[in-house]
Design a protein around this ligand. Structure first.
Ligand code: ADP
Ligand code: MG
Length: 702
C-alpha cells in the first residue's frame, strides 16, 4: 500500500460511515433527520432508518463488506459481535444483498451467555442491541460494524455503553441549566470529551507462546528479576527499534482507516513498554475507539511477530501499564468549560465548573476508586509507579493560589502581573498555566482538562467516565438548586459565595505534593479520604446508600442494575484469581518442579561420576548447590500444596464478597510466598532448566 504523506487524508476514515459519506449517500431529508438524531438525541423514525440502512449497505458492499454485525460492549470488558451476511436467496437460486432499517436499529442476540449478575434469572434470556447513531459505523475485516447498546428483554442495561450515554445526558442537562443561570443562553447541550492515553507491552510471539501464565492470565506469575531492569531509565522516550517502529506505523495506518485519530507514540519507562495517544473526542466515541484501538493493537502485533500485552502488570518488579483518561466538558457552541477564560467574566464560568469537579471528586472519591478497581490494577495502585489508591486532585500552583485567594478573600497575585481584586463580587483574572506537572496525582488539572490517571491499561474507559459525568452532574444539580432563586442583581455575589463555600468544604481533596509517599497516605487518612487498597475493599462502595441515590436520581442505573453490576465485578475478581492460582499450580507442578528435578538429577549424576573418576575428589560446590536447590524444592512443594488447598477453600465459600476477601488475604499471599522461593531458585539453576523463557530473554531480546 502506498502510504505516502499525501495519501493520508484520503486514507483517514476510509472505512468509516462518517459525515462525508452520509452526505454523499443519503437523500437530503434523510441526512438532515439523521444529523438531528446524532446532534440532538432525537428519536429516529423507521423510514429514515430504512433509507440509512440502504445507503450503509451500498457503501459497505462497495468497500468489500459481505456481512454486518451489531457491535456491543457487554460486562466482560471486551466487545462482542455476531456476523450476519447481507445475502438473501431468491427463488432462482441467486442472491441479492439486503439490509433493512430494522436490522440496523435493533438486534436480538441471546443474552444468556453474557454476564448479567442475576438480572437474567428474573428475566428472559433474550437481549436487545440498539444502534447508537452517535458513534459511526465502520468496516473491519469485510464486515460492517454497527456500534450498539445492549440491554435485557425488559430494558435493563447489560453493557457499558448504555450507562455511559445516560451519564452524558445527565451531565448535559445539569450543565445547560447552570449555564443558563449564568446568563449563557446559546448553549443547548454540553458533551464530555475524552482522550485516553494507552500503554502497552510488545514482546516476541515465540516467547509469549511458551508462557502459560501470559496465555492464561495475561501476566507472569513466576520469573526471577533480570540483571537489568528499568533502573537505567534508558527506555522512556528512547529511540524506537526498527521492528517496533514498523509496528507503530502499521498500527497508525490501521487506526486512521477506522477514523481513530492516533496522534502520539513513544517508548515508555519499562523495557518493551510503549504508549499511544489519540486526539480527544466525544466520550462515547472515544470509548468505542479505545476498545477498537486495543483490539487493533493486538491484531497488528501478530503480523509483526509480536504479542501485545495490555495487562496492568505483566512483569513483577517492572512498571505496569495504565491508561490516562483526559477529560473535559465542551459546549455545542465549541467552548471548553475547563478552559480558564481571558476575562474575569469567563473565569466565573470556569470557576463554577472547576468547583463542580472539585466537589464531585471529593463527594464521590470512593466511586472514582471503584471505577478503576480490577485484579490487575491492584498490582499498580500505590506501588510507586502509579497513583496511590487514595483519590486526590492536583490543581497546580497557579490555580491553587486562585482557589486560596477566593477562600480567604485575599488578593490573587499572578507572578509579575497586576494584583486583582477578589473581593466580594469580582473573581480573579488568570490564565491557564501549563508549566507545572505532577505525575503522582490520581486526578490532575492539566491546563484545560483533568487527567484521571488511576485507570489500568486493559480497562474500558466507559466506567470511569460514567462516574465522572454523573458525579459532576450531581454537583451542578446542587449548584442550580442553590442559585435558581437568586435575583439577577444578586447573582454575582451568590456565585462567588457558592464557589467560595464549595472550595472551603472540599479543599481536603486537593493535594499538590508527591502522592507516592507514605506521609501523604497518613495525611490523607487524617483528612478522612478513603483508602480502598484492593478491589474487594472498593467494590462494596457500589451498593452504598449515598451512591445508589446518586445513580438512581440521575437515571444512570436502577437498583437492580447496580446490584447486578456489583455481583458481576465480584465474580470477575474471584474468577480471575481462581484462574491465576490454578495457572500457577499448573506451572509449578508441570514445569517448574520437573525442571528443578532435572537439574538436581544432573548435579547428583555429576557428583557420582566425579567421585568414580577421581578418588577423593571434592564435590563441595555441587553438593552445596544440590543441598540448597533440594531444600528449595521441598519448600516449593509445601507452598504449592498450601496454595492448592487454599484455592479449594476459596471456591467453597458461598458469599462472593467473603470469597473475594479470602482470595485477597490468603490466596494472593500464598502465591507471593510460593513465587519468592521459586524465583530465588530460578536464579541459581541453569537457564535452560525451565521450558519457558526468563524475564531477561523476554524483555531484552526484542
Ligand atoms: P499531556 O502530554 O500533557 O498529557 P496532551 O496535550 O498530549 O497532554 O494530551 C493528552 C491527551 O489529552 C490527548 O489525547 C489529547 O487529545 C487529550 N486532550 C486534550 N484536550 C482535551 C480535552 N479538552 N478534553 C479531553 N481530552 C483532551
Ligand atoms: Mg498525559
Amino acid at each position: 500500500m502506498d502510504t505516502g504523506m499525501t495519501k493520508i487524508p484520503e486514507l483517514y476514515g476510509s472505512l468509516v460511515f462518517n459525515d462525508k459519506v452520509m452526505r454523499e449517500k443519503l437523500p437530503k431529508d434523510v441526512y438532515k433527520a439523521l444529523r438531528k438524531t446524532i446532534d440532538n438525541n432525537t428519536h429516529l423514525e423507521l423510514d429514515v432508518a430504512n433509507s440509512v440502512a440502504v445507503a450503509m449497505k451500498e457503501w459497505a458492499v462497495e468497500n468489500g463488506a459481505t456481512h454486518f454485525t451489531h457491535w456491543f460492549q457487554p460486562m466482560t470488558g471486551t466487545t462482542a459481535e455476531k456476523h450476519d451476511s447481507f445475502i438473501n436467496p431468491d427463488d432462482k437460486g441467486q442472491v441479492i444483498m439486503e439490509f433493512a432499517g430494522k436490522e440496523l436499529v435493533k438486534g436480538e442476540p441471546d443474552a444468556s451467555s453474557f454476564p448479567s449478575g442475576g438480572l437474567r434469572a428474573t428475566f428472559e434470556a433474550r437481549g436487545y442491541t440498539a444502534w447508537d447513531p452517535t458513534s459511526p459505523a465502520f468496516i473491519k475485516d469485510g464486515t460492517l460494524y454497527i456500534p450498539t447498546a445492549f440491554c435485557s428483554y425488559s430494558g435493563e442495561a447489560l453493557d457499558k455503553k448504555t450507562p455511559l450515554l445516560r451519564s452524558m445526558e445527565a451531565l448535559s442537562k445539569e450543565a445547560v441549566k447552570v449555564l443558563k443561570l449564568l446568563g449563557n443562553e446559546e448553549v443547548s447541550s454540553v458533551s464530555t470529551t475524552v482522550g485516553p492515553e494507552q500503554e502497552y507491552f510488545l514482546i516476541n510471539t515465540e516467547d509469549y507462546a511458551k508462557r502459560k501464565d501470559l496465555i492464561f492470565t495475561g501476566r507472569t506469575l513466576l520469573g526471577a528479576k533480570p540483571p537489568k531492569g528499568q533502573e537505567m531509565e534508558d527506555h522512556y522516550f528512547g529511540n524506537l527499534k526498527t521492528r517496533v517502529s514498523e509496528y507503530m506505523h502499521d498500527l497508525d495506518l490501521e487506526l486512521w482507516k477506522l477514523g481513530i485519530p492516533a496522534k502520539t507514540k513513544h517508548n515508555e519507562v519499562a523495557p518493551c513498554q510503549h504508549e499511544l495517544a489519540p486526539v480527544f473526542d466525544t466520550t462515547n466515541v472515544a470509548v468505542d475507539h479505545n476498545q477498537l484501538t486495543m483490539e487493533v493493537m493486538k491484531k497488528v502485533a501478530k503480523k509483526h511477530g509480536f504479542e501485545c500485552l495490555l495487562h496492568e502488570k505483566p512483569f513483577d518488579g517492572i512498571n505496569g501499564s495504565g491508561k490516562h483518561n483526559n477529560w473535559s466538558m465542551s459546549t455545542n457552541t465549541g467552548i471548553n468549560l475547563l478552559e480558564p477564560g481571558k476575562s474575569p467574566a469567563e473565569n466565573v464560568q470556569f470557576l463554577v465548573f472547576l468547583a463542580a469537579v472539585i466537589k464531585a471528586v471529593d463527594d464521590y472519591a470512593d466511586l472514582m476508586r471503584l471505577s478503576v478497581a480490577s485484579p490487575g490494577n491492584d498490582h499498580r495502585l500505590g506501588a510507586n509507579e502509579a497513583p496511590p489508591a487514595v483519590v486526590s486532585m492536583f490543581l497546580g500552583d497557579e490555580l491553587t493560589a486562585v482557589v486560596e485567594s477566593i477562600e480567604n478573600d485575599t488578593f490573587f497575585n499572578k507572578m509579575g502581573s497586576v494584583q486583582m481584586d477578589t473581593g466580594a463580587s469580582v473573581l480573579p483574572h488568570f490564565f491557564k498555566d501549563n508549566t507545572d506537572r505532577n505525575r503522582t496525582s490520581p486526578f490532575a488539572f492539566t491546563g484545560n482538562k483533568f487527567e484521571f490517571r488511576m485507570l489500568g491499561s486493559s480497562l474500558s474507559v466507559a466506567g470511569p467516565n460514567v462516574i465522572l459525568n454523573t458525579a459532576v452532574a450531581e454537583s451542578l444539580s446542587a449548584f442550580y438548586e442553590e442559585l435558581k432563586g437568586v435575583s439577577a442583581d444578586g447573582l454575582n455575589d451568590a456565585v462567588h459565595a457558592l464557589v467560595k463555600k464549595t472550595l472551603i468544604d472540599h479543599k481536603r481533596i486537593i493535594f499538590n505534593g508527591d502522592g507516592y509517599t507514605d506521609e501523604w497516605i497518613a495525611e490523607a487518612e487524617k483528612r478522612g479520604l478513603p483508602n480502598l487498597k484492593a478491589t474487594p475493599d472498593a467494590l462494596p462502595v457500589f451498593i452504598a446508600d449515598k451512591n445508589v441515590k446518586l445513580f438512581t436520581k440521575h437515571g444512570i442505573f436502577t437498583e437492580s442494575e447496580i446490584n447486578s453490576r456489583y455481583e458481576i465485578l465480584l465474580e470477575n475478581y474471584n474468577k480471575t484469581l481462581h484462574i491465576e492460582a490454578k495457572t500457577m499450580i499448573d506451572m509449578v507442578y508441570h514445569q517448574f518442579l520437573p525442571g528443578v528435578e532435572g537439574y538436581m538429577n544432573e548435579l547428583a549424576d555429576t557428583i557420582i561420576k566425579k567421585k568414580q573418576a577421581v578418588s577423593g575428589v571434592s564435590c563441595k560446590a555441587e553438593e552445596k548447590t544440590l543441598q540448597v536447590v533440594s531444600d528449595n524444592y521441598d519448600k516449593i512443594y509445601d507452598l504449592v500444596e498450601k496454595l492448592k488447598t487454599d484455592t479449594e477453600k476459596a471456591e467453597a465459600i458461598e458469599d462472593s464478597l467473603q470469597m473475594a476477601d479470602f482470595y485477597k488475604d490468603t490466596v494472593i499471599s500464598d502465591m507471593e510466598s510460593l513465587r519468592a522461593v521459586a524465583d530465588a531458585t530460578e536464579e541459581i539453576i541453569p537457564e535452560d532448566a525451565l521450558p519457558y523463557p526468563s524475564y531477561g530473554k523476554i524483555l531484552f531480546y526484542v
